[in-house]
Structures are given as C-alpha cells and as structure tokens.
Ligand binder design. Sequence first.
Ligand code: NAD
Length: 487
Amino acid sequence: MTTLIIQQTCRHLINGEVSAAHNGHWFDKHEPATGNVMAHVASGTAADVDAAVAAARAQFDGGAWAALPGAARARLMHRLADLLEAHSEDFATLLAQEQGRAIMETRMLDVPMSIDTLRYFAGWADKIEGRQIPTAGFMGRPTFNYTVKEAVGVAALIVPWNAPLMIGAWKLGPALATGCTVVIKPSEEAPLALTALAMLSIEAGFPPGVINVVQGTGPEVGRALVTHPGVDKVSFTGSTAVGREIAEKAGPLFKRLTLELGGKAPQIICEDAVLEQAIGGCAMGLFVDQGQTCAAGSRILVHRSLYQSVCGALAGAAQGVQLGAPLAPTTQMGALISARHAERVRGHIQRAVAEGATMLAGEGEVPAGGYFVRPTIFCDVTPSMAIAREEVFGPVGVIIPFDTDEEAIAMANDCQYGLSATVWTQNVNRAHQMASRLRVGAVGINGWSPLDARLPWGGIKQSGVGSDLSRSALDSYMVDKAVTLVM
Ligand code: NAD
C-alpha cells in the first residue's frame, strides 16, 4: 500500500519526512495469529518527540496550516478520507494482521467508521463560530463583545492497540477540523495501520508537520510527549493506570486533557427482553475484537426468570465461535494482541475458577502458533468476585441473576468504571428510567453500544474525563477567547 508496509518497517513521520529513530534502534512487532515478526518498528526517544513537536509547533504558530481557512482544512480532510476509502481493503487487511482480528470486523467496523469520522469532522471545519454577547457595558461606556473559538495548539494523540485506526481517526478528526496540529503516538503493539493513514496525509496535501507520528514505547515516547512544553493538549485512550499517570504528570502543567480509559460494561436483560435479540447483542458485546474493547459488555445481568435460558444460549454462542486466521473468510474471532496479554486473560480465567465461578464455555482447541483464547462464559458468579469487577479485556463474560430493576441498577452501578451499558427490554418507560439511572457515559437500548461519529463517546468515574466524537470532542480542541470593544 505504501512504502511503509512494503519495506516491512514502520518509521516516524516528522515534518513530512519518514525517518528511523534518532538513535537507530528498532523493536519487533509480532503478528498475533502466528507469533511471527511482522515488522520492525522505530524505537523513538525524547529527541524524536522534540523534533516532531517542533514541526507541529512551526505549522501551528504561523505555518501554511495556520493560514488555511476552515473550508480548506475540510478539503484536505475529505481528501484523506477519500484516500483511506480507496485503500479500504488494504487497511482492513493490515489491521486484521496487526491486531490478529477477523477481517470481517475490520471491513465492517473499523475502516468504514474511520472514513466516516474523518468526513463528519471535515464537515465541521468551516462551521466553527463564536458568539456576540450583550453586556451592561464598562464604566458607563457601551461595549461590543464577541467570542472566538481558537484551536488549542499542538495536540498529542496517544492511541491504544485495540482499535488503532478508528481511535486514531476519532482524535485526528476534531484536532484537524479545529486547526490543531498533532503528534500521534501509536501503540507499540499495533502501529502499522495508523501510521499508514498518517502517511497518506502527505499524498492528500497536508502541509508537512501538521500530522506527525513518533513510534515507540509508552514510558519513553508517551511520557516525553505528555510533559513536553510544546504540547498544549493530550488526548489519550488506554488503560486507567496509564491515564492516572498522565493526569498526574500533565495536570500540574495545565495541559488540556481528554482521557478515555477502561470499562466493565453491564448488559441488563430484563424479563420482557426479546431473548433472541438480547443473546445476539450480548454475544457481540462480549466477543467483538476478541473482547478487547473498552465497551465490552462483560457483565451480563439477567432477570432470574431468564437466567437458565441465557446461560445456555450464551454458552452455546461462545462454543459456536469460529476461531482462526484473521484473513480467512470463515473466521469469527482471531487472536489476542500479544502473548503477554493472552497470559493475563488466562490468569483472570484461572482466578475466576479458583474463586468458585462455573465455566460454562471456554475450554477446547485453539489454533496453533498464535495468542488465542477461546470465548469463555462463567455463571455462579457473585458481584464481589474479581471476574465481575476487573476489566479483563478478553473474550470473557459473567452472567449474574437479579430479581428487581432496583437490584439490576445497583449492581450495574457498583463498579469503579462508568463507560457504557446496555439494556434489553420491550418496555420503553423502563428503558429510559434505567438509562437515566445508569452511571455511565453511554447507554444502548436493545443494541450493544452503537458507536457513531455524531454521538459523544466518553466515560465517568475511572473510565475517564471528556469525550471523543461528536461536537463535544470538537469543543475539547478549542478555547473560547472573549474580545471586548469599549466604545
Ligand atoms: P495502555 O494504557 O497500556 O497504552 C495506551 C497507549 O499509551 C499506548 O500508545 C502506550 O504506548 C501509551 N503509554 C503507555 N504508558 C504510557 C505512559 N506512561 N505515558 C504516556 N503514554 C503511555 O493501554 P492499551 O493496553 O494499549 O489499551 C487497552 C486499554 O485501553 C484498556 O484498558 C481499554 O479499556 C482502554 N481503552 C479505552 C477506550 C475508551 O474509549 N474509553 C477505547 C479503547 C481502549
């Protein structure tokens, strides 16, 4: 697709130039489904971060980008979206390979949503308006007051591995639409597709330095970005632990922050749910992306009258999932991102068994060579067990019965996270009452977590601060400046 992929190396993009790391170091990116080395990735350092931030600053502080009106930024963003669309199949393939994920998912979800997100935010670029605000005047003199929405500056975009292209687009879209310049730090576990998108920005005509990419590890490159004096905003998606560290480091420096963190989403199946719809939706919420999504609906809370049926049906759904090579058309689930992560997920499963949960599905053959874990379902789980409280980030779900709506809501809210939830019911009043009482950033009713560029996506509690997507994200890349003319 691009030289980046053809040469099997993944390098930085700094000021429009593709470069190796300053110190010449590389690390290996392994293919999750086989364990084979798939690419060599530049191992960036603080010196590379300095160069990328300098390039982004130069464009923001008076480069060609700073002079572009919103309509021109929109045209560039549309061109980037068009190029992504023209290479859709290449991106779906690359994502499937680097994430170990079934290509049917990357074709259906990640690539189309990335394109749509860029186009949605391109539409905003020439519609950013201030306000005229009347006041009582100043010391007896009338005033004319208006506000201007200005881009916040250089944004550091720190991206996880579980949906790298899509989450990258969620951050790039509002940053570019508002006129920010960016330094992207892809995850060291899945840097290829997002870097390929950034490289297409040169072909799309973006001035060099508007979109920069620095490869490397979190502790080296991520940390250097978060505290860099030239960075005005940090938009981070990743684990709650790293989000907390970023808040601690960037807070005292007064950098603007968006933190999209972990989750442990409840899916509440009420006694009047359409069972077939709920089972299909819950299975999707549990197993999409091998369960490696922040919105994974891993806590199935089910009315006691349906408990046995839901246990049987979800166990059957798990057993029926076809594991295999990401590019095979019949594969429904691929491998987890790394050997270390697969081990972590197996650790959660073993602990659940040790704590007394019953495994209804999960054992069985897995394809050889890669980091596969079979979809796993537990019953006989109490809300206090670790498997019901901690984010597993793998294809593992627990089923817990409830007797009343009150109890379901209390259980759903008894959680350190507050990202998303799903309610399955045919009763419209009950659905909206539950939606209003669930302490989360997004509620799906009769459908698992519909994501759309037009809807805000963000959590409360330990799921984070601020939103990606929608007008809310746009605002988070801007500051309101008030101007007063004393007449
Ligand atoms: P992670 O926190 O390990 O890493 C995320 C990114 O941060 C990577 O690019 C990593 O290199 C970088 N990083 C690591 N340490 C850093 C540091 N000290 N300073 C700055 N950057 C650092 O997360 P992950 O394992 O890549 O992703 C999984 C996590 O992401 C899960 O907890 C999941 O719930 C969360 N997630 C949240 C959302 C959301 O929208 N809320 C979406 C996807 C994933």
